[in-house]
Write a protein that binds this ligand. Structure first.
Ligand code: FES
Ligand SMILES: [Fe+2]
Length: 393
């Protein structure tokens, strides 16, 4: 069923490519510039978006074996994700029940148990408190009441979503709105995690707007990769999640009539974004690969950081392939830091002058329309009504 959806989209892309057209929104959208820098607005976005909706925090490729774990800072919240003995994935607040130390240092690894660096209390991979240092001296407590605080978590399509509110009842599968079935065509659960790196950027929405935007490719990126790219984009959405495809002329002729032979690489081409903060874009450094970019708000409204993960369909087996992957990753850091985010940091400064009340998203920039409308809608929605937003998705 989902392959049929991929084929349907491919046909739409081909038809637009050959006709030189794109679907357009009805109007040009105005977004108030304050949405990108006002502190109250930004705090709301953290509380109502980042702390309420599931975030794609890790990839199966980072946690393949029982005992594998990942400790990370998810926009200010320390999170610990673990592959338990029986192979399922669980997520916790990375906070010791004793006096609140962070149990594991940031990074990935494999451990039989999680031992707190402060007074050596230890936890099993599924979060149970299993050891107290000098228990006779400490005094009696009921260990079963002092495990790590568990967070809602779901592993699908080789990706791992976590909601960083332990009390959240929002069903993660519901939030995904069927998009995970499409993402499953990449087969990420079998892919190799090559490396990750961090790039600092402007307000998270200025940064994210760029991932939904193909209009800028032949202009801002003309000296790196953009000169051969069309500036047009076609957007498809599942709930708040959007795939962006560039229409290309002559594809129908090139691929021929037998749809069942159309390669998955072509059917999944383009940029796959996952609301509110992920972009997955295909590359070819060291063989088939994607750059999975994970954005988080920084310490202030005008800052964000992006973790760039490089995932490869095959683990590189020789030095030349490793070098090709490394070069691709270095290139992507350059493009994002020196072109996208350098521009974004200047947008940030310019917007803060108040010289203009709005910025504009054209009829060709439907991705921005969808994204900002979802942001606004979620901010206005109560906890109780939040699941209803995704039921029709
Ligand atoms: S704070 Fe973790 S053992 Fe004391
Ligand atoms: Fe860009």
């Amino acid at each position: 069923m989902s392959r049929e959806q991929l084929i349907e989209m491919a046909k739409i892309n081909m038809a637009h490519g050959d006709a030189g057209t794109i679907p357009q929104t009805d109007d040009v959208l105005k977004v108030p510039v304050g949405n990108y820098f006002e502190t109250a607005r930004w705090q709301q976005e953290i509380n109502k978006i980042f702390k309420r909706v599931p975030l794609m925090l890790a990839m199966t490729a980072e946690l393949k074996e029982p005992g594998d774990y990942k400790a990370m800072n998810a926009g200010g919240v320390p999170v610990l994700i673990s592959r338990t003995e029986n192979g399922e994935v669980k997520a916790f607040v990375n906070m010791c029940a004793h006096r609140g130390a962070q149990v594991m240092d940031e990074g990935c690894g494999n451990a039989n148990r999680f031992t707190c660096p402060y007074h050596a209390w230890s936890y099993s991979g599924d979060g149970a408190l299993i050891g107290i240092y000098a228990p006779k001296d400490f005094g009696e407590i009921d260990k079963s009441q002092y495990g790590l605080t568990e967070l809602p978590c779901l592993e699908k399509a080789g990706l791992i979503w976590v909601t960083i509110d332990p009390k959240s009842t929002l069903d993660i599968a519901l939030f995904l709105s069927g998009y995970d079935d499409l993402l499953a065509h990449f087969g990420f659960e079998k892919w190799h995690h090559f490396a990750s790196q961090v790039v600092e950027g402007p307000n998270w929405k200025i940064a994210y707007d760029g991932y939904l935007d193909l209009y800028h490719l032949p202009i801002l990126h003309k000296d790196t990769f953009g000169s051969d790219f069309p500036n047009q984009a076609i957007y498809y959405s599942w709930g708040p999640h959007q795939r962006v495809a560039g229409p290309m002329k002559g594809m129908a002729k090139m691929l021929g009539d037998s749809e069942e032979d159309w390669p998955t690489e072509y059917l999944t081409a383009g940029v796959w974004t996952i609301f509110p903060h992920i972009s997955i874009a295909g590359f070819d450094g060291g063989g088939r690969a994607v750059m999975l970019s994970q954005l988080f708000p920084g310490e202030t409204p005008g800052t964000s950081y992006t973790v760039q993960h490089y995932l490869m369909a095959e683990e590189p087996k020789d030095e030349a392939t490793v070098k090709a992957a490394r070069d691709q990753l270095d290139f992507l850091r350059y493009v994002v830091a020196e072109e996208d985010y350098a521009t974004g940091l200047k947008q940030q400064k310019a917007m803060e002058t108040g010289a203009k009340e709005h910025v504009l998203f054209g009829r060709n920039e439907a991705g921005g329309h969808n994204f900002h409308s979802w942001v606004d809608t979620i901010l206005e929605t109560s906890d109780e009504d939040l699941p209803k937003l995704f039921q029709t998705g």
